[in-house]
Design a protein around this ligand. Sequence first.
Ligand code: HEM
Length: 99
Amino acid sequence: MTSFTPERFIDASGEKIQKSELVMSFGAGRRKCPGYQIAQDILFLLTARLVQRFHVKQHPNHPITSLEPTLGFFLTVPNFKVLFEDRLNALFQKFYRIF
Ligand code: HEM
């Protein structure tokens, strides 16, 4: 269960996200983080904005050799470097080349 398989959170119909009891980033039970909904909404918007604005690519000088997580107190991914290429800039350059 350490591989990156985000589809594990999608239900059998393939349309809805199903919550897992195993994910406890915000704690569990009566002391569960009361800010989890706003935190999840902000994280969703932030991630959506990043992938909307940038192409995320491997850094040519720092190839990613493994994304295998390490199981400790938390599950952590190894450090890696990536390039954020501005999608908007690339789009504008294409646009101005046409006109
Ligand atoms: C990514 C963001 C966040 C993460 C990962 C996170 C995680 C957690 C965790 C693990 C706990 C402890 C739960 C427990 O004791 O079982 C907690 C508690 C708490 N969090 Fe968050 N939290 C986040 C964002 C927020 C935000 C945005 C707010 C407020 C707007 C907030 C307010 C609180 C409060 C007040 C508690 C204490 C609850 C209590 O002791 O009853 N958190 N959080």
